[in-house]
Design a protein around this ligand. Structure first.
Ligand code: ADP
Length: 212
């Protein structure tokens, strides 16, 4: 069921008299509020993907210190990490820099770190690393020690709306577009993405970006 159909049926319930009981009214208003928020996130992601597809996203490329960029994204994720008891580690060497749009880079890091927290192990560890890849590129890695991604799903996780465990992902509140956005944004920078995982061995996402 889409967020819109859930909003619609909650509104109909209220119109049909659910509003006579304050507790019921509150419950349905909360449903409307929650799914309106989901819909907003979904629309933002869909619009961004459509703009990336048509090449209408203008990247404001500049030299970005990678360790600082990773730390900003880790700080953004402090609350969900604390809620799951996850330790966040920044192991990016201080001297690495990439040629990137800082706002988009924050979004890429944010999606990968959020996923690592959501799908990783409760009380686990999420680590961001970086290293030079040849003379002209930098490889960034976001790793968790969670249950991993089964082999048959690995090649599909960057597809739009693909989810390994549909019910679980939906309950986590994602849009199903996070990794598609990561891939598109990184490719718009001239880089690429890949993932390595094995059942029970955690998951590590790698992105290549141009060095600065
Ligand atoms: P979602 O909104 O569902 O999180 P994403 O595009 O970000 O959408 O991720 C797609 C799917 O890939 C997720 O639903 C999840 O099944 C899987 N996934 C992503 N990151 C991880 C991870 N670190 N560990 C295990 N599974 C993951």
């Amino acid at each position: 069921r889409t967020p819109l159909s859930l909003i619609k049926s909650a509104a109909e319930t209220l119109i049909d008299g659910g509003k006579d009981d304050p507790a019921v009214t509150r419950r349905f208003l909360e449903i409307i509020d929650k799914h309106a928020n989901r819909l907003t996130l979904l629309l933002d992601d869909l619009l961004l993907l459509a703009r990336l597809d048509s090449g209408r996203v203008e990247l404001k490329l500049q030299r970005v210190g990678l360790r600082g960029a990773a730390q900003e994204a880790l700080d953004d994720a402090a609350l969900p990490a604390r809620a799951r008891g996850v330790t966040l580690r920044n192991e990016v060497p201080a001297e690495l820099a990439v040629q990137a749009d800082p706002e988009r880079l924050r979004q890429v890091f944010g999606n990968l770190i959020d996923n690592a927290i959501k799908y990783g192990r409760p009380e686990g560890t999420v680590t961001v690393r970086g290293r030079p890849a040849g003379a002209r590129q930098v490889e960034v890695a976001v790793r968790d020690d969670g249950p991993g991604i089964p082999a048959e799903a690995l090649s599909r996780v960057f597809e739009r709306f693909y989810r390994v465990d549909k019910a679980r992902s939906r309950e986590q509140g994602g849009t199903g577009l996070g990794l598609a956005i990561v891939k598109n944004v990184v490719q718009a920078h001239g880089g690429d993405v890949r993932v390595e995982s094995a059942a029970g061995q955690g998951t590590e996402f790698f992105i290549l970006l141009p060095a600065a």
